[in-house]
Design a protein around this ligand. Structure first.
Ligand code: SAM
Length: 250
């Protein structure tokens, strides 16, 4: 089972570089190149990942987290996701982080919201009522920037990153979040060759490797979706698995 990641510009982000065990070295080489690609992506409006509706799996399965009213939700790599509006409407305090100022500006403009804006350390904080977006690099975030967080909402954040950066992403999450913080994670996964259906429909080995040390992993839902197969003209399709994980700290 391979978690699909989003190639941009035909370039496959930093996966072109060999994995490197040292965080600073890895991220300095890979991060700056990837950040430039994402900025370009927003400039060229190559944002196919953006969903024009609130995510259906979010609205259906979020309640299973049993959160207290007013819980603080962190949305890493948030883009201009409408899911933040829905989360705020549920009474949550929403804190997103996004690299591109174009994305942040578009989020507030398209939702007809007039935010305040000020510099906070390395970030620009855009804020309106219970929605805050820090504009800057996720890997520069500290616990103090975020404050206390009850749950992470991750749709196309982990999976936006190439495999060799994902473990750095998770290590950084652990660094900046309180130990009791839960994670609600959506993935799109493709079957590997020769894999049994049972394995395809189960918890991905990569998710287990990344999260099982710190979290109990609950696979809350799997949905098989037929999609047009890329690079196969003539209407051929392939099946991918859309999964909902709830990660509960051990
Ligand atoms: C695939 S998009 C997903 C956006 C959003 N989660 C959604 O569901 O629409 C990934 C987003 O992460 C942002 N991004 C990439 N690297 C980042 C980083 N290091 N720090 C903050 N944002 C980043 C990109 O600009 C892009 O908007």
């Amino acid at each position: 089972m391979s978690i699909r990641h989003l190639p941009i510009f035909g370039a496959t982000l930093a996966s072109a570089f060999p994995a490197c065990p040292d965080f600073n070295e890895t991220y300095t080489i890979m991060g700056s190149r990837d950040n430039a690609l994402w900025q370009q992506c927003w400039l060229d409006q190559q944002i196919d990942f953006h969903q024009k509706e609130v995510n259906r799996l979010l609205t259906r399965f979020w309640c299973g987290l049993d959160l207290a009213p007013g819980s603080r939700v962190f949305v890493p790599l948030c883009g201009k996701s409408l899911d933040m509006i829905w989360l705020a409407q549920q009474g949550h305090e929403v804190i997103g982080i996004e690299l591109s100022p174009l994305a942040v500006r578009a989020f507030f403009r398209e939702n007809r919201i007039q935010p305040s804006r000020r510099k906070v350390g390395k970030f620009t904080l855009w804020q309106y009522n219970n929605i805050s977006i820090l504009c800057g690099d996720y890997f520069s975030l500290t616990q103090a920037d975020l404050g206390s967080i009850d749950v992470v909402y991750d749709r196309a954040a982990l999976t936006a990153l190439p495999e060799n950066i994902r473990r750095l992403y998770v290590a950084h999450l652990k660094l900046i979040l309180p130990p009791a913080c839960k994670v609600f994670l959506l993935t799109v996964e493709d079957a590997d060759e020769g894999e049994t259906r049972e394995v395809t429909l189960g918890t991905s080995a990569e998710i287990t490797a990344l999260y099982s040390e710190a979290f109990a992993i609950e696979l809350a839902h799997v949905e098989s979706v037929l999609e047009p197969a890329a690079g196969h003209p003539g209407g051929s399709t392939k099946c991918s698995e859309h999964k909902v994980y709830r990660l509960i700290p051990r």
